[in-house]
Design a protein around this ligand. Structure first.
Ligand code: HEC
Length: 138
């Protein structure tokens, strides 16, 4: 990790502007960190695709998805009737205090309040969202 940052620093010095590579690499680091955090905090209940068994609904394509809309998943009434869309802001509120955000959900409280941890998990969720969600800004 140190080496990567050092190398990027030199590249910035050499060109005077941040090269396009730097952004790609930074985004990749966020996704990789997000995947580790997802594995630690979410994976035991949420498959990242529909092929694997999952106690909670699979979370691929969750950004921009209507809440409670994975076919064949047995949601709580609260979640199914909520009518919300999973924007990044809604996902932050959910990670922070899901049962406060939506009383009656059957997802156990996770309580991720650290915004940076939320950022990383969102970067990972975005990487497993393949549908077009460019209309979703926040
Ligand atoms: C202990 C198991 C468990 C853990 C850990 C868990 N979840 Fe859940 N999650 C669930 C269950 C069960 C539901 C369905 C809730 C309902 O129907 O009320 C759910 C629902 C969701 C939904 C709604 C999806 C939809 O299709 O509407 C999102 C988003 C979500 N979880 C994100 C996360 C994230 C992100 C993490 C990790 C930070 C996480 N969950 C950790 C069990 C879990």
């Amino acid at each position: 990790m140190k080496h990567v940052i050092h190398a990027l620093g030199l590249a910035v010095l050499a060109t005077g502007t941040a090269p396009a590579m730097a952004e790609t690499t930074f985004d990749q680091i966020k996704v990789e960190a997000g995947e580790k955090l997802y594995d630690a905090e979410c994976r035991r209940c949420h498959a990242p695709d529909s092929e694997h068994d999952s106690y909670g609904p699979p979370l691929n394509n969750v950004i921009g998805r209507g809440a409670g809309t994975v076919e064949d998943y047995d949601y709580s009434v609260a979640l199914e009737a909520s009518g919300i869309v999973w924007t990044p802001a809604a996902l932050r509120a959910w990670m922070e205090d899901n049962d406060g955000f939506m009383p009656g959900t059957k997802m156990r409280h996770v309580g991720i309040e650290d915004r940076t941890v939320q950022d990383f998990i969102l970067a990972y969720l975005d990487s497993i969202t393949t549908q077009d969600n460019s209309a979703i800004s926040d």
